[in-house]
Design a protein around this ligand. Structure first.
Ligand SMILES: Cc1cc2nc3c(=O)[nH]c(=O)nc-3n(C[C@H](O)[C@H](O)[C@H](O)COP(=O)(O)OP(=O)(O)OC[C@H]3O[C@@H](n4cnc5c(N)ncnc54)[C@H](O)[C@@H]3O)c2cc1C
Ligand code: FES
Length: 315
């Protein structure tokens, strides 16, 4: 069943449910998302396991999973490499012991030794049976995994992985124009979507508009990768880097002639470009919650319907 969830890591409260009958065990009674619970019979589904048959009530319509949906499982792996992309963003590769089947745009939860709890990271790459998962990890000051990952040589260390998760997925059978609005590391899942679309020649028929928001040029990354994608896919794929704190330096504009640069918050820049271009569009949004919320508001004002807005809030 498609039960409601968003973060899968005990933070957002979206998976709140009421236990009508049966027994459950709570794996993380201190999960921060428990602040969303109001009554003693409420629990976070993503942190609990059923110990018997259970009857539960959730605050959303429940649908049967579509045939072919990748179902999550626990996997083991180790850190293969960690490379700096900017001063506070790293490119991380995790090598799995068994391949993972996932869809473009999905994420997994990862647990590292000595840090309590799992954290969600979206895959950057796309392959149906994948042994090496690629991620973009933003360093959060004071964050458990951030301090651990950026604080020493972690290559070779064993990690636990649970996934794949997430509904911000792309299939070439979608047959719609694609709009991607990403704040910072939110670009991770979009790269996976673009990789799949490019592989299938999707942009010969449909438009792709990608808006990548960062504060300044020193926070931007993947510009070479975007250039290659543009060369591979042609003019129906447009990539705009939105800089919230500065105009792009002339040298960067000259270095990346295939890309556009604009000053402004990413949702504002996207809104300016997309005016009256929302027909037959599926939007993918990801990044910090304020950036995603602002983009959702902008798309709803433009009369996009919620079934065509897929997002991951990086809580
Ligand atoms: C679906 C999904 C996909 C995601 N994909 C990505 C991705 O591709 N790349 C990426 O970089 N991130 C991604 N994220 C976000 C990432 O999972 C979180 O940022 C994660 O919390 C970072 O882990 P951490 O251990 O570094 O920080 P955490 O330990 O989780 O802390 C996060 C921040 O909260 C603060 N904090 C912690 N505890 C408290 C407290 N009790 N009170 C106040 N503040 C506190 C910390 O100081 C820190 O600044 C994703 C999140 C979701 C839900
Ligand atoms: S999905 Fe369970 S708390 Fe977010």
């Amino acid at each position: 069943m498609e039960l409601p969830y968003e973060c899968g890591s005990g933070t957002c409260g979206t998976c709140k449910a009421r236990l009508i009958s049966g027994d459950i065990a709570d794996g993380w009674p201190d999960a921060p998302g428990r602040k969303h619970l109001k009554a003693p019979d409420e629990f976070l589904m993503c942190q609990c396991v059923a110990k018997s048959d259970v009857v539960i009530e959730v605050a959303a319509f429940v649908h049967t999973m579509e045939a072919g949906t990748c179902t999550p499982a626990f996997l083991d792996g180790h850190i293969k490499s960690v490379k700096a992309l900017t001063s506070d963003v790293a490119f991380l590769e995790v090598e799995l012991r068994k391949p993972l089947e996932f869809d473009a745009g999905q994420f997994v939860l990862i647990k590292v030794p000595g840090v309590p709890g799992f954290r969600g990271w979206s895959m950057v790459n796309y392959q149906r049976h994948c042994n090496t998962l690629e991620f973009v990890v933003k360093k959060k000051p004071g964050g458990g995994i951030s301090e651990w990952l950026f604080g020493g040589d972690r290559e070779g260390i064993e990690v636990e992985v649970f996934g794949p998760l997430g509904r911000a997925t792309f299939y070439p059978s979608l047959a719609r124009n694609i709009l991607c609005i990403a704040g910072g590391s939110g670009i991770a899942g979009m790269m996976s979507i673009l990789a799949r679309a490019a592989h299938d020649g999707y942009f010969t028929q449909y438009n792709g508009d990608v808006f990548f928001g960062v504060r300044s040029m020193k926070d931007a990354f993947f510009l070479k990768e975007f250039t290659s994608l543009r060369e591979q896919c042609g003019k129906k794929l447009n990539v705009t880097v939105a800089l919230s704190e500065e105009e792009a330096p002339a040298s960067s504009v000259a270095d990346y002639p295939q890309l556009a640069f604009e000053k402004g918050f990413v949702h504002e820049v996207a809104g300016r470009h997309m005016q009256s271009r929302y027909q037959n569009v599926r939007a993918y949004l990801a990044g910090p919650p304020p950036a995603v919320d602002a983009s959702i508001r902008m798309l709803l004002q433009a009369k996009m319907t919620t079934d065509n807005i897929r997002y991951d809030k990086f809580n």
